[in-house]
Design a protein around this ligand. Structure first.
Ligand code: PLP
Length: 453
């Protein structure tokens, strides 16, 4: 005899499963919701298997409609560390299967992709990958998140979704350098033109919009030169033309800047950086807020076979448990070090979004809720390139490296970035602050400056 409470819950789950399926159908995961609805036992089983299959936040809202009283709290740090409800556990339940073992034999010949179960094939998601997707969606307040193999894959996916032959797109010149390579190589070959713009353009972007403009890319703060973009002004210019605005929100880890609240249509992150947090992972995300965008992205995502390994997703899920505390520590440490560097006579500018030298500092104050671990300095003109290189090589705790967001502090000297605006010549060094003691890092920079003279 089935407990009546369980019966009600199962019926609600069945309904939820049906809703979830409507969302997932473009990914090829469709199944017959009516079958579930009429079969309470299956519904319970299905829900058990498909935790994380859909956006948890929406699931909660639905449950509330059905009379459930669980609260959705807005405190992101406790959320990152652990969920306090019964849908998430402290331990990660980790499922690696690629081809699933199905518990049915029926093959629908009228609608071949509908096999009647929530997971049919690894490329369309596993419980582990979809759990990570659901958690990122919740943190970013997105409708749906797609997990892809790297930040680079996320960027390429977004261009391939929104641009076709003959399209024009706009990209800030401060965008992650490989985006420019995607544009000049892959996209140019498809007859897609990607025009660079000054990241500080703000509302002036309206003057660059053409009848065939299909996408406006933003990245804030920009890579290496750290310009903070006026996203609301860009969105306001794009809206009347119905041009989607995409944003690389990696710096903010999807947390320090609420992309969707500022009008962005598609937000991407390289989980490789802060979510992974230990420089041992490559993953990316593409998050969207409306159903039409979810279907558009989902279609191309599936066609490109951008599946990810559950092992990697498990690492990212583990990274989420310490992300809040890492970000807090990194913010304080990076700011202390940036302020110390500003006192040095060799340093002309400190390009840290929370400090006034940084272009767009006032926009950062208006739109962001915190700062992260990456920033750059520009040496005075009379500091030679040889001395800058010697300084970077003299550092002991700071390693030399491009990536960021991990536990190890990094420094990198850049040759001319070749940008039309704010070209800092060869005077720029970018830092990633890690989890070492702040005082030790300052001492390391001090000895590096002394030894480089
Ligand atoms: C801002 C930004 N976006 C995207 C990427 C690409 O991420 P991934 O290394 O995961 O391809 C990077 C990598 O450095 C980056 O700095």
């Amino acid at each position: 005899m089935i407990n009546p409470e369980l019966l009600t819950r199962a019926q609600q789950y069945a309904e939820l499963s049906k809703i979830a399926l409507d969302w997932e159908r473009p990914l090829g995961n469709g199944t017959d919701g009516a079958v579930w609805k009429s079969n309470v036992d299956t519904a319970v089983k299905v829900l058990e298997r498909e935790r994380g299959y859909y956006n948890e936040r929406d699931a909660y809202l639905r449950l509330q409609e059905y009379g459930f009283t669980e609260q959705i709290d807005d405190f992101w740090i406790p959320k990152l560390v652990n969920y306090c409800d019964d849908l998430w556990t402290i331990e990660m339940d980790f499922i690696t299967k690629s081809p699933y073992i199905l518990d049915f034999a029926k093959v629908r010949i009228d609608r071949p992709p509908d096999f009647g179960g929530p997971y049919t094939y690894g490329i369309y998601g596993t419980p582990t990958t979809l759990k990570l997707a659901a958690r990122i969606a919740e943190i970013e307040k997105a409708r749906h998140t797609f997990i892809v193999p790297s930040g680079q894959a996320a960027i390429a996916l977004i261009y391939l979704v929104y641009c076709q032959a003959g399209s024009h797109a706009l990209m800030p010149e401060s965008a992650y350098a490989n985006s420019r390579e995607i544009a000049d190589d892959l996209l140019a070959g498809f007859d897609i033109e990607v025009e660079s713009y000054d990241p500080m353009i703000g509302a002036g972007i309206a003057g660059l919009i053409r009848p065939n403009t299909k996408l406006i890319w933003t990245e804030s703060p920009g890579s290496i030169t750290m310009e903070v973009q006026d996203i609301p002004a860009i969105v306001a210019a794009a809206r009347p033309h119905k041009i989607p605005v995409a944003m690389d929100n990696t710096y903010a880890a999807g947390i320090l800047f609420d992309a969707f609240a500022h009008g962005v249509d598609v937000s991407m992150q390289a989980l490789t950086k802060y979510v992974g947090g230990h420089s041992d992972l490559l993953l990316g995300t593409v998050s969207v807020q409306d159903d039409a965008a979810m279907r558009q992205v989902g279609r191309i995502y599936r066609l490109l076979g951008l599946a990810v390994s559950p092992d990697d997703c498990n690492l990212a899920l583990r990274g989420l448990q310490t992300l809040g505390i890492r970000l807090k520590h990194l913010e304080q440490s990076a700011l202390t070090i940036a302020k110390w560097l500003k006192t040095r006579p060799e340093v002309a500018l400190v390009l840290h979004p929370a400090l006034p030298d940084c272009p767009g500092h006032d926009i950062w104050k208006r739109d962001f809720t915190g700062s992260a671990s990456v920033f750059s300095i520009v040496f005075q003109d009379d500091v030679s390139v040889e001395r800058i290189v010697k300084f970077v090589e003299a550092l002991r705790l700071f390693k030399i490296g491009y990536s960021w967001g991990g536990v190890t502090s990094l420094a990198m000297a850049y040759a001319s970035l070749g940008r039309a605006n704010r070209n800092y010549g060869r005077q720029l060094v970018r830092f990633n602050i890690g989890l070492e003691e702040t005082d030790d890092l300052i001492a390391d920079l001090d000895q590096g400056l002394i030894r480089s003279t």
